[in-house]
Design a protein around this ligand. Structure first.
Ligand code: HEC
Length: 187
């Protein structure tokens, strides 16, 4: 009888110890046990925002300031992303798929493409103008090349849509003036 009590208490406390330890183990228990089986390991934290990717979403971009956050992109925005990584990333981001960018060599500093503090206040029309005509076409630095002949108008619109999607702080369409409110009500 005494033996049974000792045996049972040893059993219960070792089970308890297993449960306690298993809550803190983060490595895989054995090499053949995938992490996502969740037996011992804690579930991986869900990327913030992943659950908001709408059904049928075309693409996504990782938030430039917060790698945990995934930004869903619709078709146009995803086309904009593709063109951005072909043409603009070299000057308008700090790192590129090919390594460090050229941004620090360019004067004036090209704004980061997600810099909502600078770009949110500019209308689509003014972004379209500088991308089409280049900096010199709008009285800004000629270091910003013109794309009016190499990109189609809808590709430039896609670039703007992508810029708006990745903006931090977030971009919200809002009428800037009475004229725009009037137009949005009459169209
Ligand atoms: C060779 C470097 C370079 C490349 C490539 C480049 N830009 Fe620029 N961009 C600049 C510079 C420099 C400025 C700042 C001009 C100024 O403020 O005088 C700028 C400014 C801008 C602005 C205006 C921001 C504002 O303050 O109004 C937008 C929008 C922009 N670029 C979009 C693009 C897009 C879209 C592409 C790709 C299709 C692109 N740029 C490619 C250098 C570049």
């Amino acid at each position: 009888m005494k033996f049974l009590v000792i045996y049972l208490s040893a059993l219960v406390s070792s089970l308890g110890a297993t449960v306690l330890v298993s809550q803190n183990i983060t490595t895989k228990p054995v090499w053949c046990w995938p992490r996502d089986w969740h037996i011992f390991a804690k579930a991986k934290p869900h990327a913030n925002g992943n659950e908001f990717v709408p059904y049928g979403s075309y693409g996504s971009e990782v938030d430039w300031n917060n790698p945990e956050k995934i930004i869903p992109l619709d078709y146009d925005q995803a086309q904009g992303k593709r063109i951005f990584y072909q043409q603009c990333v070299w000057c308008h981001a700090d790192s590129t798929p090919a390594g460090p960018s050229n941004r620090s060599n360019v004067t004036p500093d090209p704004p980061l493409m997600n810099d909502g503090k600078i770009l949110n206040d500019k209308s689509d029309e003014s972004l379209r103008k500088i991308i089409t005509l280049g900096g010199s076409g709008v009285g800004k630095s000629a270091m910003m090349p013109p794309y009016g002949l190499s990109l189609a108008p809808n590709e430039i619109n896609d670039l703007i849509a992508y810029t708006r999607a990745i903006a931090a702080p977030e971009y919200h369409t809002q009428p800037h003036s009475f004229k725009q409110i009037w137009r949005s009500k009459t169209q």
